[in-house]
Write a protein that binds this ligand. Structure first.
Ligand code: EPU
Length: 420
């Protein structure tokens, strides 16, 4: 096991380069199984979730070849199994994309119920509803989701909730379905658009990704291509918040600034100075950080995946800020840990009231999930003294070389082996 040890109160300064988007990469890797031939995927983040997909797909007989730290070739010509068992995919939530892909191309899929970050109930009823609307039979037996079909036929599917996973999964299943599939109330996140762009490059006919309505016209065949994954909106946001909390001056490079609009607006409200460039954003901190209110929403609203990190920032801003989580039922587990660092937060269901304090102090805390871990790192960076963060494995799922990137900006952070 490993932990991070942070000696706080160092201003971050300099430039950080953002990796490829985790949540796009975990859709695009399995999506490559839809194509004939060898896909080469570039700008993959070098993170644990990608390694899990590599292992799971290799076990299924897919030839995955690591070309360098950030690129991989994927060849499904000799795929021999349409099953992803619990041991292969227990750590990754996005394993459910294998269902859409295998069902779409081979009309049969057996995938263990998804694991991944645990912050309350994470249903997949909308994915299943979509597959069934296309003509599949879906059952859950002994912890496995089994989807089969003789053929898939296009249909109109209205999503009861805006779901990133269901939108992508239905697109994956529908690319080979006969006729036209329409997804109404679709998610518009950048990774939905990136996955659609990849599928279109393979030869799919998808229109409207990035709007509420996506139209997929089924095709007979898809052919391999080379593709580069978009930059990670959430990793970028995490470094922007880290710059703000340390009153630093950081240029976050290799990003799509438009994806950051909701965060940029909030940081400006809090008195940070923001400079936007074509593919970078510079965040200049302030010693007069004032609080704000945040409501998480589907894109282009404020992302739930930056909610915990933002809570850390509000902890040291003047005044009372309110965070309303509207995407997940429960995503405030990390608040107990922030309180160990001196935060003044009250939670009530989907609400957190945060009264800014003069400063945080170091202590030992534990990450309960990926973004919770990021929030604790951010808090540790501005805390007086030493903060030790346990359960680093969650952070490694989604942040590439986080301690090196932060150390390059001047943070005092080290990874240390530990017993528990
Ligand atoms: N929902 C349903 N039924 C479904 C699917 C979703 O009720 O069938 C509900 C969920 O309970 C939730 C809401 O719809 O209340 C949104 O869930 P969504 O399906 O959009 O989430 P997801 O696809 O499982 C992705 C990201 C999450 C991110 C959410 C919301 C991936 C692999 N994961 O999850 O990212 O929080 O969208 O933006 O893309 C993370 O990166 O740390 C992470 C958790």
């Amino acid at each position: 096991m490993e932990k991070f040890v942070i000696n706080g109160k160092k201003k971050l300064n300099g430039e950080v380069t953002i990796s490829g988007a985790k949540n796009a990469a975990v859709a695009i890797m399995p999506a490559a199984l839809l194509a004939n031939g060898v896909c080469k995927i570039d700008n993959l983040p070098n993170i644990e979730d990608i390694r899990c997909f590599y292992d799971a797909m290799t076990k299924m007989g897919v030839k995955c070849e690591i070309l360098d730290k950030h690129s991989m070739s994927i060849d499904s010509t000799n795929i021999k199994s349409f099953t992803a068992d619990y041991d292969s995919i227990k750590a990754i939530r996005a394993s459910y994309y294998l269902l859409g892909v295998l069902l779409g191309r081979f009309k049969k899929a057996e995938v263990a119920l998804p694991g991944g970050c645990d912050f309350g109930s994470r249903p997949i009823d909308q994915h299943i509803k979509g597959f069934e609307a296309l003509g599949a039979t879906v059952t859950i037996e002994r912890g496995m989701i089994i989807a089969t079909a003789d053929e898939l036929i296009g249909s109109t599917i209205y999503l009861d909730v805006v779901s990133v996973g269901a939108t992508i999964n239905i697109m994956l299943a529908a690319v080979y379905a006969k006729g036209v599939t329409i997804i109404e109330n679709a998610a518009k996140e950048p990774h939905v658009v990136d996955t659609a762009n990849f599928l279109n490059k393979l030869g799919a006919k998808i229109k409207g990704a990035g709007t509420d309505t996506i139209k997929i016209t089924g095709v007979e065949e898809l052919f391999a291509c080379d593709y580069s994954v978009i930059p990670d909106q959430i990793e970028a946001g995490t470094y922007m918040i880290a710059a703000a909390i340390t009153n630093g001056d950081v240029t976050v490079k290799n990003i799509i600034p438009k994806h950051m609009d909701s965060l940029t607006a909030k940081l400006k409200e809090m008195n940070c100075e923001i400079e936007e460039y074509d593919d970078a954003i510079r965040v200049i901190g302030t010693d007069n950080l004032v609080t704000t209110n945040i409501k998480t929403l589907a894109y282009p609203g404020f992302p739930t995946d930056l909610q915990p990190q933002m809570t850390s920032l509000l902890c040291v801003a003047k005044g009372r800020g309110v965070i309303t989580e509207t995407v997940w039922d429960s995503r405030f587990q990390y608040v107990t840990e922030l309180k160990r660092l001196g935060a003044n937060i009250q939670t009530d269901g989907r609400l957190a009231l945060i009264d800014g304090v003069d400063g945080l102090y170091g202590s030992t805390v534990s990450a309960s999930d990926l973004r919770a871990g990021a929030a604790l790192i951010i808090a540790g960076l501005c805390a007086e003294g030493t903060t030790t963060i346990k359960n680093v494995k969650y952070i490694d799922r989604g942040y590439e070389c986080v301690e090196h990137k932060l150390a390059n900006l001047g943070a005092d952070i080290t990874r240390v082996k530990c017993e528990s």
